[in-house]
Ligand binder design. Structure first.
Ligand SMILES: Cc1ncc(COP(=O)(O)O)c(C=O)c1O
Length: 375
């Protein structure tokens, strides 16, 4: 059996027990709350990761690309939500997935997208399942819940024979800008409020909203129970990462993904060493920079797997990661060829840089996952 120290570096490794524990906790929280868990699979983009999240072979999933949707459909998943507003030029692939998958659902946040989808659906004689996305404070996509356009879109979907209103959905991306758990809890109230404002407004217009769907890892991990919604869609919690640990969403020992790198240069005089994990192995995500004076492109671990406060990944070029130490002594025992493990700032972006993930039990590599790529 290969050990972590024998892997060609840089390597992306997953501690299976930690990932499984993260998944079990989220699934149990959803179950005791009486809400459906439709995990987002964008972090890992693998069938194995989805099965860990679901605790079973198949189940409802959320995807971030049509390529993911097609990959999961190919593996027999029959309940898939594509949780990004549709790129209307892809209507053909949406229609195709609607034919292949028992329940394939897409998002809209504009009347024009509704018109284009409805035309495509009518022309192909299919009925598309559509979620209205509303904004709960992130201001990325989604209509303001109080905006007149909410009712315009709901009425258009409701009136169409070629469309079916799957529900109302929001994503609290602004939970990532929180500084404390209390701030995250306040955001979690906003996401619940947003979908309920819309379902109430719909009810007043005699339009039924079957599903109120929310989900982000910070809010889902911090709330004790889910309430006031029907479905939750967190994703990052499978691996967590340095960002989540720093904003208080998880503990360091919950971080399941690390990048394994080799020391390729040591310069104690400059208080620095360089590893073979650059921007193409860690990503240039700056992490929870709203909380820090000095950024680091990941958190370096000691031999026992604890974060080292005296080392920072200060500069990334394509294949070099420069790690600076607070003191020369911190580098005294470092040798060329040593193996270093780094918790990525944003595990979703880091995972997306690797064609395979090595699965660990202890320090033994016991498997490999291969993610789907592309759009
Ligand atoms: C629409 C939507 N739902 C759910 C999620 C999952 O959130 P997280 O990555 O915080 O778990 C995302 C993540 O970007 C998203 O965009």
């Amino acid at each position: 059996m290969v050990s972590i120290f024998e892997l060609p570096t840089p390597a992306f490794v997953i501690d299976l027990e930690v990932a499984k524990r993260n998944c079990d906790r989220m699934r149990e929280k959803a179950a005791v709350s009486g809400v459906a868990l439709r995990p987002h699979v964008k972090t890992h983009k693998t069938i194995e990761g989805a099965r860990l999240q679901l605790g079973t072979e198949r189940g409802p999933v959320t995807v971030s690309t049509l390529a993911e949707a097609e990959f999961f459909a190919d593996h027999g998943f029959d309940d898939i939500t594509w949780a990004v507003p549709v790129a209307v030029a892809k209507a053909d692939r949406i229609v195709d997935l609607t034919r292949r998958v028992e329940r394939f659902q897409v998002l809209v946040d504009h009347p024009r997208a509704v018109s284009i989808l409805e035309e495509a659906a009518r022309a192909q004689s299919v009925r598309l399942r559509v979620f209205l996305e509303v904004d709960c404070g992130d201001h990325r996509t989604g209509i303001d819940p109080e905006d007149d356009q909410v009712l315009e879109v709901l009425r258009m979907i409701d009136a169409s024979k070629a469309l079916y209103l799957a529900g109302v959905l929001t994503h609290a991306g602004h939970s990532y800008r929180a500084r404390t758990r209390d701030e995250i809890l306040a955001v979690s109230e906003e996401e619940v409020r947003a979908v309920n404002i819309v379902s109430e407004r719909a009810r007043s217009s005699e339009i039924g909203v079957a599903v109120r769907s929310i989900g982000s890892t910070p809010t889902a991990a911090v709330v004790e129970r889910f309430s006031g919604v029907d479905e939750v869609r967190p994703g990052n919690y499978v691996f967590f990462d340095a960002f989540q640990a720093k904003i208080g969403t998880c503990e360091w020992q919950d971080c399941a993904a690390t990048v394994v790198a080799t020391v390729i240069a040591v310069h104690p005089g400059r208080r620095q060493m360089v590893v073979d994990a650059g921007a193409l192995a860690l990503s240039k995500d700056r992490g929870a920079e709203h909380l820090e004076d000095r950024i680091s492109y990941g958190v370096v671990l000691d031999q026992a797997g604890h974060p080292r406060g005296d080392l920072r990944v200060t500069t990334l070029s394509q294949e070099h990661g420069k790690i600076e130490a607070d003191t020369a002594a911190a580098l005294e025992s470092v040798r060329i060829g040593d193996i270093v493990r780094i918790i990525p700032n944003h595990s979703c972006l880091t995972a997306a840089l690797f064609e395979q993930y090595h699965i660990l039990r202890g320090s033994d590599v016991v498997g490999e996952w291969r993610p789907v790529r592309g759009w």
